[in-house]
Ligand binder design. Structure first.
Ligand SMILES: [Cu+2]
Length: 126
């Protein structure tokens, strides 16, 4: 019979809280995006860029989903060869006018995984 006593559970919780606070202070988050969060652009760009405050170790996924549709407009995502802090996701060349949400997941240099999302709008198809 093995049962966790309340003391180790409390200790584990404290350790987890410490680890979580370490996450918040250790790595640099998303600094800027192109298109910008909440912006309106003429039409769907060729690529979406996410620039972080520090080095990105690995791009785990980037999806660009149009509101009301279930289509991923991102065709390929990876590190921008010109900037280790930047992720580049190339897009299908055309998309209808609408709101596009970028959902991203990366591993940063300290090993932590970060996720997020933002949206932008297109004024016309293209
Ligand atoms: Cu971190």
């Amino acid at each position: 019979m093995r049962r966790l006593s309340p003391l180790p559970v409390a200790a584990l919780t404290a350790a987890a809280a410490l680890a979580a606070s370490g996450v918040a202070s250790a790595h640099a988050g998303l600094a800027s995006t192109s298109p910008r969060k909440g912006s309106t652009v003429a039409s769907l760009p060729n690529a979406v860029y996410l620039t972080f405050g520090g080095q990105v170790a690995r791009v785990l996924s980037v999806k660009v989903i149009r509101r009301g549709a279930n289509t991923n407009y991102a065709t390929r995502a990876g590190l921008d060869p010109r900037n280790v802090n930047r992720v580049k996701a190339t897009l299908r060349r055309v998309g209808p006018r609408g709101v596009y949400t970028v959902l991203w997941k990366v591993r940063v240099a300290d090993g932590h995984i970060q996720t997020g999302r933002f949206s932008f709008r297109t004024r016309r198809p293209g």
